[in-house]
Design a protein around this ligand. Sequence first.
Ligand code: ZN
Length: 275
Amino acid sequence: MQIIQPHYHGIARTAQDYERMAMSGVVAVAEPAFWAGFDRLYPETFLDYFRQISQFEPTRAAQYGIRHFCWVAVNPKEAENPDLSREVMRHMPELFQAPTVLGVGEIGFHLTTPNEEAIFEAQLEMALEHNQLVLIHTPHLHDKVRGTKRTLDVLRNMNVDPQRVWIDHVEEHTIREPLDAGYWVGFTLYPITKCSPKRAVDMLEMYGTDRIMVNSSADWGPSDPFTLQQSVMEYRRRGHSLQQAIEVFHNNPCRFLGQCPKFDIKPIRVETIDE
Ligand SMILES: [Zn+2]
């Protein structure tokens, strides 16, 4: 089955991951700009990172027949340094022209501080001005509820079109509000903590499949890109059809990301012989 991995930090993963993903049906990944595990000191370090994810990483993925797209942003954690953030932001519009850059992300909150909020708003403004899609990171568990509520307040105050925003890392206690308000949401699967494949499938069964994307954790911490395939298996095991699985794990990312014309992979419809 063809799968899209909508949230993938390829710079932290091996070539073997790409190979095994290709063998398990992954046809495309999208790499948000995020924290690198340490706070960067220079704006130029971000610019080289953007070059890495927009120019180099696509060539690695292409070795295995996988399309690679990306996002650019100052992530919430490093937004705590406003001078650095604003210097990086000055260069972001150039990146929007790049052939594989889909929008502004991950932005949002980490500890929900005033600095984070100012840089979040400034990046949202930039996204609106340049007609870019938006990918939002929601905080870790200790602050997820408060951070998600504050995120929705900021978005509402700035009149952002909910259909062009993807609020990621939602869990059982934070999914309902963004969905009800018309946003796209994402579940992020972890091998140890946070959302598991079984819980992700529970949520799909509770909330349906509209405007929901599933992604596996894939970064430099304890993570496992193949929790995505485990979710596909769990979803199918519970009796959902192949087409329903394709809607969630392939077509929904096409629908959201495809609002940017650079993402040209189309939703697929399969024959129903094997159901
Ligand atoms: Zn991420």
